[in-house]
Design a protein around this ligand. Structure first.
Ligand SMILES: [Zn+2]
Length: 105
């Protein structure tokens, strides 16, 4: 398999199109089974919905949005990085690699 960046980007874009509907989704840090923010995943389109998903209903003081949590609605891939620092870095890299509004035309 080629390690050329352009080819690797093209192949991943095909996979992400199938998994998320977008070739270059925005990424986020997620809280994994380790209960720390050391995973990465594409941003869930339902993150800002108010239909009960991505909400911690029993949070002390009242329900809050859960931007780092993972629910059944959340797209794959969801990748455990085993490091909060590495997760933040990889998310920053992936988001920096997204086409800008200008380059999309
Ligand atoms: Zn979700």
């Amino acid at each position: 398999m080629s390690t050329d960046l352009t080819e690797a980007r093209r192949r991943v874009a095909e996979m992400l199109k199938q998994d998320t509907g977008e070739t270059t989704p925005q990424w986020r840090v997620i809280i994994t089974d380790s209960e720390s923010p050391d995973g990465i995943a594409p941003v869930c389109p339902k993150t800002q919905d108010t239909d009960g998903l991505h909400v911690i209903a029993d949070y002390p003081g009242g329900p809050i949005q859960d931007g780092d949590g993972v629910y059944d609605c959340c797209p794959w891939p969801q990748v455990e990085m085993h490091s909060t620092l590495l997760a933040s870095y990889v998310v920053a890299l992936l988001n920096a690699d997204r086409p800008t509004e200008a380059s999309r035309g």
